[in-house]
Design a protein around this ligand. Structure first.
Ligand code: CA
Length: 667
């Protein structure tokens, strides 16, 4: 979901005027609704019985239906709810109803609305239609009480690997038994046809610190009752925010299975030293009037236009209203729940700028209380205009108003490889001049630097980050053409080897830049998606990773692995303050040479063992001569090869940087 209109929004922001100062506000009435911050929404169960608490201030009546199974059965009991405090409705029975299912229905404007599992269902059956009453303690895998994710002092120490459960394991070459399931990531020892590691062993070999899993809450599109149909979806169509997706479990009809199996996945990754970041999509729901939000508190959770229609900053038909107390609390409590119950180590917020900065600050602060290693980042843009004033939006340009929140850098993304939606456009790493200053913005993580001229930035005109911990660097993700396909489109004359070389340079820029590096699954073995830029519901033939490419593109994999090792071995690439970057990172004067950038990181920056690291990028299709100070240098990257521990020695002086490559030296 990255329709990036930051430029438009930035203009509105800098102009200081709201894009849509409404003459009237159809949502004004919601401000007077009482919020309910109790922890007992919507069902609690224990020896003392089963209690239901639904927040629905405007309902005229409310009911709970109790069912024996997850679908296709009649209710065995109906409980009339009575008004409670602060907009709630309550009902209860003396028995713990373990094994049963339930739904709510409210009377609104004289009509009973369709049944809903509510907005706080933590366990659900097939297609999430009925909420389930289960014993959560029984869902914990062995050793869960001792389970811990990796300890992280700074987000900049993370190496993020974005992946989709099905892409990662569904291809026959994965050698994985539980293809397309949470359990795929619990299987050690899996290999491709050439005996090379796949699955979780591959992640360990690659060296990434965190997987960022595409939406894994219960989403709407894939029919869990018909899994043999092999439907595919990224999952940006939220249905139940607080229960895992059923199609990733071995039995969607068993509410405990999806919970236990997701926990097993988290534990297996944690045991491998890898953290788990969840992609969360609180900015919109799959349905409008039929969403669980609409069926419990009609209107409240969404923003509307002056004519009463749904506003649509998500581009998906609606947008939620984090600026309203109960929705803000909902987002905060939902991520807290995932962190507590599932030991999630980080959260990636889809279209984060639909949310207000105050809510995002609460999210980060509350998560840090649970686990100081948890981090939060998101898309600092919207996909359309919103009634929320631009200065309140969690925009990229507002990241410095937030604490503990990072945003994706579209600056480095587009400058390195070319424009994200213009397939033919090239960037710095593919020979197009004019992007040098924007790449420099990426290198310094959008912080203020005396040698970076923001007036020449393509996407940003001011240093919007006050710390490198506010920036996620990337050139490719699930959205738009992945790097492999982008290179095929923009370099039609180049052969596969030349495109792989460009990919190496592009990722070397990302992984040596200040901020936090992020990559998309399978790029390390140069997989592609057959040129499909929006593969959100494309079949496996487009999205699945063919793991035999690890054999065909072994050199590419080795390059990525060494590149990650280089970053992890050198804290100089991971400075934690803007002041340190301004002081220690010094650019050489290359302004007269297009597609050439050169800089040093000096002073054993951030405790690095190297006194000085020299980094030179040549995005031109011809060799460049550069002057490196005389000294005893260790070459770690040269001419499309890289080795963290060093390739060779050099004495400096006049050196050649091969076409489309990085030269990195240390002393
Ligand atoms: Ca689902």
């Amino acid at each position: 979901m990255t329709k990036n209109i930051t430029t438009i929004l930035a203009a509105a922001l800098l102009g200081g005027s709201s894009l849509c100062a409404a003459a009237q506000n159809p949502d004004a009435k919601f401000d007077s609704w009482p919020a309910y911050d109790g922890t007992d929404l919507e069902m609690t169960v224990g020896p003392e019985g089963t209690r239901f608490t639904l927040w629905s201030p405007e309902a005229q009546a409310a009911r709970v239906f109790i069912y024996p199974t997850d679908r296709n059965t009649a209710a065995i009991d109906t409980l009339e709810m009575h008004r409670g405090d602060r907009g709630t409705w309550r009902a209860g029975v003396a028995e713990p109803l373990y094994g049963k299912f339930y739904t709510f229905s409210i009377k609104h404007n004289g009509k009973w609305l369709a049944e809903t599992p509510g907005v706080w269902a933590k366990a659900v059956g097939t297609n999430g239609q009925r909420a389930a009453i289960i014993d959560f303690d029984a869902t914990d895998p062995d050793g869960w009480a001792e389970d811990r994710g990796p300890v992280l002092d700074h987000i900049t120490d993370a190496v993020l690997y974005e992946m989709h459960h099905r892409d990662f394991s569904i291809h026959p070459s994965s050698g994985i038994v539980h293809k397309g399931k949470f359990l795929a990531l619990t299987e050690p020892g899996t290999t491709n046809d050439y005996g090379q590691a796949t699955g979780i062993d591959h992640l360990k070999e690659l060296g990434v610190t965190h997987v960022h899993i595409l939406p894994s809450y219960d989403y709407n599109s894939v029919d869990e009752a018909n899994l043999p149909a092999n439907q595919y979806n990224w999952g940006y169509d939220p249905y139940n925010y607080n229960a895992p997706e059923g199609s990733y479990s071995t039995d969607p009809a068993d509410p405990a299975a999806r919970i236990t199996e997701m926990k097993q996945m988290v534990k297996a990754l944690h045991d491998a030293g890898i953290g788990v970041v969840m992609d969360v999509v609180y900015n919109h729901t799959a349905n409008n009037d039929d969403s669980n939000f609409s069926l419990t508190a009609p209107g409240y959770y969404y923003r509307h236009r002056p004519d009463g229609t749904y506003s649509d900053a998500s581009g998906c038909g609606n947008e939620t209203a984090s600026d309203r107390q109960q929705m803000s609390d909902y987002i905060v409590n939902s991520v807290k729940y995932w962190a507590d119950e599932y030991h999630i180590d980080g959260f990636r917020f889809d279209l984060m700028a639909i949310h207000d900065t105050e809510t995002m600050n609460r999210v980060a602060a509350e998560l840090k209380k649970i686990n100081p290693s948890i981090f939060v980042y998101g898309e600092g843009w919207t996909a359309g205009d919103s009634p929320l004033a631009p200065e309140r939006r969690a925009l990229k340009e507002n990241v410095s108003k937030m604490e503990g929140i990072a945003v994706f850098s579209d600056d480095i993304r587009d400058a390195v490889k070319g424009h994200y939606s213009n397939a033919a456009d090239r960037g710095f790493a593919t020979g197009k001049p004019g992007n040098e200053e924007t790449v420099k913005i990426g290198i310094v993580a959008a912080t203020a630097h005396p040698q970076v001229d923001y007036s020449k930035g393509n996407n940003s005109k001011f240093p919007y980050a006050t710390s490198p911990e506010m920036i996620i660097n990337y050139v490719s993700c699930h959205d738009d053409l992945m790097l492999t396909d982008k290179l095929a489109h923009s370099m039609p004359e180049a052969d596969e080897a030349a495109r792989q070389r460009a990919a190496r340079l592009a990722q070397t820029i990302v992984f040596t830049s200040q901020g936090t590096p992020f990559m998309w699954t399978g790029e390390e073995i140069f997989r592609n998606k057959k040129g499909v830029h929006n593969s959100y519901k494309s079949p496996d033939s487009i999205n699945a990773i063919d793991w035999n490419l690890k054999h065909a593109n072994a050199d590419q994999f080795n390059y990525y692995r060494e590149l990650i090792a280089l970053r992890k071995a050198h804290p100089a690439f991971r400075m934690t303050s803007a002041e340190d970057i301004a002081k220690n990172l010094v650019f050489d004067d290359t302004k007269d040479t297009p597609n050439l950038l050169s800089y040093s990181i000096k002073n054993n920056a951030n405790g690095d063992s190297a006194k000085e690291i020299k980094v030179i990028f040549n995005g031109a299709d011809e060799a460049r001569e550069v002057k490196v100070p005389k000294g005893d240098w260790t070459v770690v990257a040269e001419d499309g090869t890289i080795k963290a521990e060093g390739l060779s020695k050099a004495q400096g002086g006049k050196m050649t940087v091969a076409p489309v490559s990085a030269l990195i030296l240390m002393r």
